[in-house]
Design a protein around this ligand. Structure first.
Ligand code: ATP
Ligand code: MG
Length: 408
């Protein structure tokens, strides 16, 4: 075993509590994987996972509140208040099915076996306060060398679970690491296996890559031949579009809708791609509106901007500005003025939604004897459009009068 007992990681109290409780009951327990990696890199871990020699039933007996999140794979979530911590029994993995987890898992009493099943050396370290870092596959050296290296034989590891190939690229983008040559060769050889992987798992990795600090590494999808399997549309772009996507992504806010829009804007079939990746309807809606309006040259006047706000939806305006700034298809001065006028419109509380109109359908029925239906709808739309042009018209009496004069 290779230990580094001098290295210290500041474990959160709840993680310490879980590890102490398991150890006091005679089991082994360590923080493991991404949280150890991120702590050593002084990054904030997304979640803290614990690996233990205790069997799931034993884990469940030791903690008051647990949830069987993946008990067949050995995972029990220990709850402290609203915080959950995944505690997983040491295991060996069989071949991964299409799903999130391997088909067969076998529990083991060996930490080494558990670390061996993990994807990359930097993800295969464990830690507790008593032992320090357990680093059997030289993850710390690979951190020093900024390298993504498969644990063991990369071809074998990618044959067990093809998603790992996309994960390699995702980690390289998150950490600004290079993929070690043999690991990289195995990817180019085995990339076709990605066909078997579910859209949801692929989406997760693509999204993490897009939201990373080095989203221009998306280019690696093409260089490694991964996009020919999971995003052919990216391969069809010319070199210049690919470069532009990379530059824009690096400038953009880390927001899913903005970064997805940048990626998909030059592609023909944005909606189809999002559906294929099983994106939720709200994300699809946002990206479709954002890409549609990304290059629109709204006139820099408040009336025109009010109309644009209605077309885009006020909730999407901040993302639209973020997108325009990242794309740089329009001069900064144009976007600055656009945004300044937009903010003034909000500060003035101008009517930008039908529900802010000073008359309602009921008013028109009561005061002008209009009947429910198409005519009423278009009368309201007509008034709304006039008010978007000129907010000073948004007074009850004025609007009723406007309709009366229109009718006569
Ligand atoms: P993130 O920052 O995205 O959470 P992570 O490394 O923690 O990254 P998780 O998906 O949370 O990734 O998985 C936790 C750990 O489980 C990993 O660090 C790795 O040790 C192991 N692991 C996850 N997915 C795989 C996989 N497909 N093959 C092998 N090991 C994996
Ligand atoms: Mg994690």
């Amino acid at each position: 075993m290779w230990y580094n007992s001098c290295m210290r990681i500041d474990l959160p109290d709840n993680v310490k509590r879980i590890i102490d409780t398991l150890q006091q009951a005679g089991h082994e327990a360590y923080a493991v994987g991404g949280c150890v990696r991120d702590s050593l890199l002084q990054r904030d871990p997304e979640d803290w996972d614990i690996t233990t020699s205790a069997k799931p039933s034993q884990v469940k007996k030791l903690f008051r509140r647990t949830v069987d999140t993946g008990i067949e794979h050995g995972t029990v979530t220990v709850m402290f208040g609203r915080e959950g911590y995944e505690v997983t029994t040491y295991r060996l993995d069989g071949v991964y099915e299409d799903g999130r987890h391997p088909k067969n898992v076998t529990f083991t009493t060996s930490l080494e076996e558990d670390l061996k099943r993990r994807d990359f050396t930097i993800n295969a370290m464990a830690y507790n306060d008593g032992t320090g870092i357990v680093d059997l596959f030289h993850g710390m050296d690979d951190m020093a060398g900024k390298t993504i290296r498969a644990v063991g034989d990369p071809k074998e590891r990618f044959s067990e679970d093809a998603l790992r190939m996309l994960r390699a690229l995702r980690f390289s983008a998150q950490l600004d690491y290079v993929i070690e040559p043999e690991t990289e060769r195995a990817i180019t050889e085995l990339r076709n296996n990605l066909e078997k992987i579910s859209a949801e798992r692929i989406r997760t990795e693509i999204q993490k890559l897009l939201l990373s600090d080095h989203p221009d590494r998306i280019r690696g999808m093409h260089d490694l031949g991964i996009s020919s399997i999971v995003l052919q549309e990216y391969d069809e772009l010319d070199e210049a579009s690919g470069d532009e996507i990379g530059h824009s992504l690096c400038r953009a806010d880390k927001a899913v809708d903005v970064r997805l829009s940048i990626l998909l804007l030059p592609m023909k079939n944005a909606r189809g791609i999002l559906k294929r990746l099983k994106y939720d309807n709200e994300t699809i809606r946002r990206v479709m509106i954002l890409t549609e309006h990304a290059d629109e040259e709204t006139e820099l006047s408040k009336p025109a901007i009010r109309h644009s706000i209605v077309a885009v939806g006020n909730d999407l305006m901040p993302s639209l500005f973020a997108l325009k700034r990242a794309l740089r298809h329009q001069p900064d001065a144009y976007i600055d003025t656009y945004e300044k006028l937009y903010r003034e419109i909000l500060a003035d509380n101008d009517c930008i939604s039908l529900k802010d109109l000073a008359v309602t359908g009921t008013d028109l029925m009561n005061e002008l004897n209009m009947k429910q239906g198409k005519e009423l709808g278009s009368a309201l739309q007509y008034l709304f459009s006039l008010v978007l042009d000129d907010p000073s018209l948004n007074e009850h009496a004025k609007l009723i009068e406007l309709l009366k004069t229109q009718e006569s």
